[in-house]
Design a protein around this ligand. Sequence first.
Ligand SMILES: *[C@@H]1O[C@H](CO)[C@@H](O)[C@H](O)[C@H]1NC(C)=O
Ligand SMILES: *[C@@H]1O[C@H](CO)[C@@H](O)[C@H](O)[C@H]1NC(C)=O
Ligand SMILES: *[C@@H]1O[C@H](CO)[C@@H](O)[C@H](O)[C@H]1NC(C)=O
Ligand SMILES: *[C@@H]1O[C@H](CO)[C@@H](O)[C@H](O)[C@H]1NC(C)=O
Ligand SMILES: *[C@@H]1O[C@H](CO)[C@@H](O)[C@H](O)[C@H]1NC(C)=O
Length: 596
Amino acid sequence: MRFHSLLSFLTASAGIWSGVEAVQVNPLPAPRSITWGNSGPQRVAGRLELNAPYNEIVYGAWRRASHAITRLRWTPAATEAPIATFEPFPTGAAKRSGRSGGLKEVNLKVEDYKAELQHSVDESYTLEIKDGSSSIDITAKTLWGALHAFTTLQQIIISDDKGGLIVEQPVAIKDSPLYPYRGIMVDTGRNFISVKKILEQLDGMALSKLNVLHWHIDDSQSWPVEMKSFPQMTKDAYSPHEIYSQRDIRDVIDYARDRAIRVVPEVDMPGHAASGWQQIDKDIVACEDSWWSNDEWPLHTAVQPNPGQLDIINNKTYEVVEKVYDELSSIFPDNFFHVGGDEIHPNCYNFSKYVRDWFADDNSRNYHDLFQYWVDKATPIFNNTKSRRLVMWEDVAIGANAAHNIPKDIIFQAWNGGLTNIKNLTAMGHDVIVSSADFFYLDCGFGGWVGNDPRYNELANPDPDTPNFNYLGPGGSWCAPYKTWQRIYNYDFTTNLTDTEKKHVIGVTAPLWAEQVDDVVISSKIWPRAAALAELVWSGNRDAKGKKRTTEMTQRILNFREYLLANGVAAAPLMPKYCRQHPHACDLNYDQDSIK
Ligand SMILES: *[C@@H]1O[C@H](CO)[C@@H](O)[C@H](O)[C@H]1NC(C)=O
Ligand SMILES: *[C@@H]1O[C@H](CO)[C@@H](O)[C@H](O)[C@H]1NC(C)=O
Ligand SMILES: *[C@@H]1O[C@H](CO)[C@@H](O)[C@H](O)[C@H]1NC(C)=O
Ligand SMILES: *[C@@H]1O[C@H](CO)[C@@H](O)[C@H](O)[C@H]1NC(C)=O
Ligand SMILES: *[C@@H]1O[C@H](CO)[C@@H](O)[C@H](O)[C@H]1NC(C)=O
């Protein structure tokens, strides 16, 4: 080990390692298969020319990649510095010199330019630089795969430290994602996020090959979306400046599509729904003027302020829902639409005459029946095109007030109960998006945010029943503690599933709920942790031998954080810079096999 360069060590497990020195680059996500040649780095001769039939998206993406390559002249940020010199860590820095001749062009072959950016579209690509060749050869089944090839290429062309550019070693990459659905969720209902900051997230997603922006667009607190059918809904935006015009939304969708990212919208219904809806007709919203909290149990109507749920029994609700849904679903081209369904609070419906009468009509009815009524009435409205697939939070199927009978083609987003709920939902035959709060929630661990909270007035032993709120404890948010990148990366979310159940896991989403998020902190809460998620579902968290590669990932994610910064994404630091400069010096364990 001692005489191998660090990056040979780091990249060895990503593919077939040829055993040579001087592999300097460490793209993220690590490709499924990467084979380095052994003839020494290739020089890039001037600006690389793209050879491919004209296609606006492909050429736009190439312009960006090419611009990043020449403007950044990237020097890997985590690989060159002095390295700890004691076993078992690798030592030595790579040497650099560009071979003559030089790379002049990128030859791109795309089989199918027409494949739509929809769920399961082929994203695979190959990228090869043959020894002594003047071209970089890329093949892809679809243009979306080609875009991924570019974000790999821009990370492996690096500075030669003399003003030139090189690719360290000829290289052959064969790459494709493990999962077709790889998302992050932003919430623009709790606090407004500007379009500019949403685009910044898309930049980070494109670089890390995440391909779904789940846009939780409104919530009980605000309705920030311009509506033509009901213009009054934006009276519940936070201000006239905190509204997405439909043009803004189209801009976000186009910007995402240009980067091979789908935008899956969510309008949360029937829970988490007061703002906007109440401006149309107070009668279609229940309990919006109630007290929410549970220190006065009879008044408890919501998990957080402010309360409000769509009235499930009022017929008018469905007329309004249909108009709102038809308008929004005509703007978002994705075949998936997320219609929420989480955290229905039964007590809220005490405030609805319609619901009270409905229960009084037949005293065998319970809240499961009420939720079933919603599913039966609302689902046909949401299922408004042939290609439509609906996504709902798991609560509809397995929550405390779950419906009994749910169409099998509804996709559930699992957020509670870790592996148990993933198993449960996939065993029921549903496709599942994994968002387990204990692993993937990016908002956890920042403390509680509601006011007048006596639990923060503890000097001594806190209440053992609420350990999250311990003074000096793990920090009081309901899903504390904070999920570190290692926590995210190590999550083996298909553990103990049968093969059939595994097939139902279509991917993951890391949500960032925005009670404590706005433009100022959004990027640092998402990045670079989302890059750990990205690699987990692109090429996995294990090497070819099945060994967890979290420690190997450390330098890769530290480097990638710097790369995000260089590309304008305000990612947070993960460690003292010392650790990036001294690989392994900051490992907790000397034993390199300690993560199983
Ligand atoms: C709602 O009604 C139930 C059953 O009557 C009762 O237990 C609960 O306290 C009521 N909640 C509110 C907020 O009125
Ligand atoms: C809702 O409409 C149905 C007919 O579609 C009707 O039978 C029912 O009485 C209406 N319910 C209410 C609460 O108005
Ligand atoms: C949506 O409609 C299609 C038929 O067009 C049907 O096959 C499918 O089960 C429906 N899905 C839901 C969730 O209702
Ligand atoms: C899923 O969980 C529900 C309870 O929420 C339980 O009734 C059901 O049996 C479970 N199903 C499976 C397949 O584990
Ligand atoms: C997986 O199943 C085995 C056998 O039932 C069990 O012992 C183990 O705890 C399970 N693993 C997890 C992570 O739940």
